[in-house]
Design a protein around this ligand. Sequence first.
Ligand code: SF4
Length: 295
Amino acid sequence: MVPPTRRATKPAVPEQLGFAGMPERLFVCTPSKLGAYTDCPRRYRYSYIDRPSPPKGPPWAHNSLGASVHTALKNWYMASPERRVPESLPSLLKATWVREGYRDVEQERVTYQRALDWLESYVATLDPEDEPLGVERVVAAKTGILALNGRADRIDNRMGPAGPEAVIVDYKTGRSGLSPDDARGSQALALYAFATERMFRRPCRRVELHHLPTGAVVAHEHTEESLARQVRRAEETAQDIMAAEKAVAGGADPDAEFPVNPGSLCGWCDFRKVCPAGASVAAKDPWTAVEHLSA
Ligand code: SF4
């Protein structure tokens, strides 16, 4: 058994100090920050608290692929409507292509071609005249506990039964297909909808996942109650994080307050090599998740 690694890190600094009589500061977060804690408190600590941050593993090819496709679609919408034509896609994708993580040039070449195929199929479903409310748009909102912000891939402007509505669109480039449960259960999508509704002062209840490899769209219609439920869960997570940070600041063992959560995510974790639980998990190659594209 690998002995737990005691890292020499600066003590965690609580985000909320809470002096008597002073209002508590809000917990500043993104959906991915909250998600990191929910997935694994130790990974959260490595990412957001320990300074200097533990060294990460090498870049992942699937992250490069996702970033390339997302930026190409962003730049598609940045162009004027008459320039949103399929012929522009190769240069858009080439300009945004991230090369890191691939096994070799041949794998990268095949993956680039697949990504281009996905984009061509996808933009064929778009109306070039459509102007979304936002593309890679930062949305933000506050609650009694959270100062929430995040970047939505796209916020569509659509006509609903009672007037204009905002719709959250999130692009997916992963291998596995999606089910409506993925859209329903996504806390990130719900928090984007919550913040968008407040910022744009119009209903934003529909969230959609657009899976580029298959062209599938899975959607969920939130209600006021379901959005409130997701916000409440996010607040509970924030309170757990703040309690752990305060405990560490008060002398508690950081390893106990931010425990490991070993599981299938460990193979994909950037901190696998420095984490006592991850060290025993079989390593994935940086290109494992894109290997099927070149098979
Ligand atoms: S390797 Fe696993 S247990 Fe360790 S930080 Fe990463 S996800 Fe958590």
